[in-house]
Design a protein around this ligand. Structure first.
Ligand code: PAF
Length: 283
């Protein structure tokens, strides 16, 4: 296991990237906010299969957190993150300083329409503006051939695909399958906020979601199936539901009722023991 090179400045990042480019190496990039788990490492492993060199970034991006969200308390675990990245075979870790990402004069915003509307945006109105901004900056800085994002944040992945296409960035965006624990709970950095009781409640979500998707696939009315799933989540101890919704897998156009007629995705956001969970699956 070799240690990845750690770079904190654009100058060092570009120096490393140019050197690899000089040898004709291709580069895959995995942006993260740290607090890494097996889900992130599965992205690194996919990146290794997709290019000659792998760069990961660790940056807790303030612009994607709304006031009152967990920006301050978000787990910052740089040392163990770097060790995990080393074990997964990452070649370089870019850890920009806060001030270098957003200086005092920063005045540019990026707003993606279409796929970035509804769902998460109904509940976190500025989230995708923050994601679009930081991802654009990171992609410009790293200039990879490929960038890999998890399908757990399905709407984020669709938003980044749109952004990269619309802004003519010559980067292939790859979605990686959702990594789950032995009970099917989608891995998330925020799962570490749960105690044992919370974790057990949280694990009900994926079962309810897969059952709901199966019913819809079998011809059940979308509204009836999603209402049932909402009821089951509340019965399982969830305190609130932001959405249980079916959308077109590509355009994310919502399908409120009737039967599915094209490749679709069931997407859920719900609150359990003070933690907001999101998950999704194919219908
Ligand atoms: O999915 C995440 O971890 C973040 O939203 C990302 C893409 C690293 C941007 O900060």
């Amino acid at each position: 296991m070799s240690e990845p090179v750690i770079v904190r400045t654009q100058r060092d990042l570009r120096g490393g990237v140019w050197e690899w480019r000089g040898y004709g190496k291709t580069i895959a990039f995995v942006p993260t906010m740290g607090a890494l788990h097996e889900g992130h490492l599965s992205l690194i492993k996919l990146a290794k299969k997709s290019a000659d060199r792998v760069i990961a970034s660790i940056f807790v991006n303030p612009t994607q957190f709304a006031p009152g969200e967990d920006f301050e308390s978000y787990p910052r675990t740089e040392k163990s993150d770097v060790a995990k990245l080393a074990s997964a075979g990452c070649d370089m870790v870019y850890i920009p300083r806060q001030g270098s990402m957003y200086n005092a004069h920063h005045a540019t915003q990026i707003k993606v329409g279409g796929v970035a509307e509804n769902l998460e945006t109904d509940h976190r109105p500025t989230f995708f503006e923050g994601v679009a901004l930081v991802v654009t900056k990171l992609l410009n800085r790293v200039a990879p051939d490929i960038a890999i994002f998890g399908e757990k944040d399905y709407q984020q992945l669709a938003t980044i695909r749109r952004l990269v296409a619309d802004l003519d960035m010559p980067i292939k965006i790859v979605g990686a399958p959702i990594a789950r624990d032995d009970h099917g709970l989608a891995l998330s950095s925020r799962n570490q906020y749960f105690d044992v009781n919370g974790l057990n409640k949280a694990r009900a979500l994926n079962k309810i979601m897969f059952d709901c998707a199966k019913q819809i696939r079998g011809g059940q009315d979308i509204a009836k199936a999603t209402d049932k799933a909402k009821h089951e989540l509340l019965t399982a101890g969830y305190s609130g539901i932001d959405y249980v919704t079916v959308a077109c897998a590509n355009s994310l156009e919502l399908a409120h009722s009737g039967q599915v007629s094209k490749p679709s995705r069931l997407l859920i956001a719900a609150h359990c023991e003070g933690v907001r969970l999101i998950d999704n699956c194919a219908v």
